[in-house]
Design a protein around this ligand. Structure first.
Ligand code: CA
Length: 228
């Protein structure tokens, strides 16, 4: 998932970026309304994380502008504690949800995932490597265009790996994305999930490789030819 974070507090922004990055999100950051407008004009984002008080204007103006253009991108507003009016005005302007500062990264990540999964909220993105495709909003997986049955957790796992295809994704990051904080995760739960996913993909004729990097995590590689 590719997110745009618009937040003028650099320290908070870097905490959010680091935290969400570990959860498998790719986060671009800008500090101003004009910076956000520029980023939105050149890049397709799956979600907008928006602070309201920005140095060159109101975050809400961005919300209104997007909705006026019929842009349905999910928008999560980050508001100051007690800013009830902010929240109401934000939702009225067309934001999808809000989170009151200070918040914990896992909660932010959970809200992001919830918004990204809401049917109709987003057209989603198609992630692919080799002959494997995953539709982020439909949560569907295809190999050479043919649907592959997989459990929601396997789809989440595949999404984590596809978003960083060609790179090692840390075990902890994957676990953070797959299991809620209070879930009891046995040491080999992830390993078992990876092995089931490998089997499913192999059976369906997928040409990608999921490699174990011992003590670190996993990496998904597309066949070399796919890069050429
Ligand atoms: Ca601010």
């Amino acid at each position: 998932m590719r997110l745009l974070l618009v937040e003028d507090n650099a320290r908070l922004a870097s905490l959010i970026r680091e935290g969400l990055d570990r959860q498998g999100f790719a986060v671009d950051w800008c500090e101003t309304v004009s910076g956000a407008e520029h980023a939105l004009a050149i890049t397709m984002y799956d979600l907008l994380l928006l602070d309201l008080g920005l140095p060159d204007g109101e975050g809400l103006d961005l919300v209104r502008g997007l909705r006026r253009r019929q842009d349905t991108m999910p928008i999560l507003v980050l508001t100051a504690r007690g800013g009830l009016d902010d929240r109401v005005v934000g939702l009225d302007a067309g934001a999808d949800d809000y989170l009151v500062k200070p918040f914990q990264i896992p909660e932010l990540a959970a809200r992001c995932r919830a918004l990204l999964r809401r049917p109709g909220a987003s057209l989603g993105t198609e992630l692919s490597a080799g002959n494997v495709t995953l539709h982020s909003a439909e949560r569907s997986v295809k190999v050479s265009g043919e649907p592959v049955v997989a459990t929601p957790r396997e789809v989440d796992l595949l999404e984590c790996l596809l978003r960083r295809a060609g790179h090692v994704v840390a075990k902890l990051a994957i676990e953070g994305a797959l299991y809620s904080m209070d879930a009891e995760v046995t040491p080999n739960a992830l390993e078992a999930c990876v092995s089931r996913l490998r089997k499913r993909l192999a059976t369906a004729g997928a040409d990608v490789q999921i490699t174990t990097v011992h003590g670190v995590g996993y990496a998904l590689f597309a066949p070399i030819a796919a890069h050429g």
